[in-house]
Ligand binder design. Structure first.
Ligand SMILES: C[S@@+](CC[C@H](N)C(=O)[O-])C[C@H]1O[C@@H](n2cnc3c(N)ncnc32)[C@H](O)[C@@H]1O
Length: 251
């Protein structure tokens, strides 16, 4: 297993705002949640994060872990990116010759993704979902609630900041729903987080045992980094452990 160094992500709560004020507000919001020990993550919660620009989870570039750990799959393999936000990782995957389908609740995220990347597209409706098909790249963004998305037989899945966006109460449902979307021989690349301290998510911490019990015993941890050792930010937040792990599930 590789120990990863020098990478910087997951500034979800502390740099989630575009101004210092917003940062403080979020900090208070989570402190209050800790005190009450109840956080309700609804679809409205996420829509509001997008509306108010609290999207510190978004990476401007391509996630280095995707580039490092994504396997070589047959060209044209159909890749599912659940809870995709406006992740540029989808562009990278499409450019590798895969067919990519991202699923995202927020229309703002979808508009920003298409606009920021200057992508032309067509849109059609399928029930409650809007399907945006990009021109010139093998890429679709499905706008709507992931739990209403029912396509199946995906060849692979890339989960960065999706499972850990789910609170404990929804996590098993999320994983089952995702596994149901995949073919029996599908590959999964998953990035999870495990941290100490009182802070609650999102991102929600998940330990190794829970990852294995949710995804099955074939899942393997292939890399990890304790970000609290490499980035002072996490220590300043009171963490001694803030481990980001990369997992692979393959037939
Ligand atoms: C933490 S962000 C991660 C985004 C992306 N994977 C990335 O790496 O930047 C979680 C995303 O999931 C979306 N989301 C949350 N619940 C959802 C649902 N039920 N269906 C579809 N998208 C959802 C949110 O709007 C948000 O963009």
């Amino acid at each position: 297993m590789k120990n990863i160094s020098k990478r910087l992500y997951w500034f979800w709560s502390s740099t989630d705002g575009s101004s210092q004020n917003k940062t403080n507000t979020i900090h208070i919001e989570f402190k209050q949640a800790n005190f009450n020990e109840v956080i309700v993550i609804t679809n409205e919660f996420w829509l509001d994060r997008w509306k108010t620009g609290r999207i510190g989870f978004h990476l401007e570039g391509i996630n280095p872990k995707l580039i490092e750990f994504w396997p070589t799959l047959p060209k044209g393999s159909h890749i599912l990116v659940p809870l995709c936000g406006k992740s540029n990782d989808m562009i990278w995957l499409a450019e590798q010759g895969y067919r990519v389908t991202g699923v995202e609740l927020s229309s703002l995220a979808v508009i920003q993704f298409l606009g920021d990347n200057d992508l032309a597209y067509d849109t059609h409706h399928e029930g409650e979902l809007k399907i945006h098909t990009v021109h010139g790249l093998s890429l679709r963004i499905v706008e709507g609630d992931y739990f209403q998305f029912s396509e199946t037989e995906f060849d692979a899945c890339y989960d960065r900041a999706a499972m850990v966006a789910m609170p404990d109460s929804k996590r098993a449902n999320y994983v089952t729903h995702t596994l149901d979307r995949l073919s029996s021989s599908a590959y999964v690349l998953l990035i999870s987080l495990y941290y100490d301290g009182d802070e609650q998510g999102p991102p929600f911490s998940i330990d190794e045992q829970s990852v294995v019990s949710l995804w099955g015993s074939n899942i393997q941890k292939i890399a990890f980094e304790n970000l609290a050792l490499t980035h002072p930010h996490y220590r300043d937040q009171g963490h001694t452990t803030f481990e980001e792990s990369v997992w692979r599930l393959q037939p």
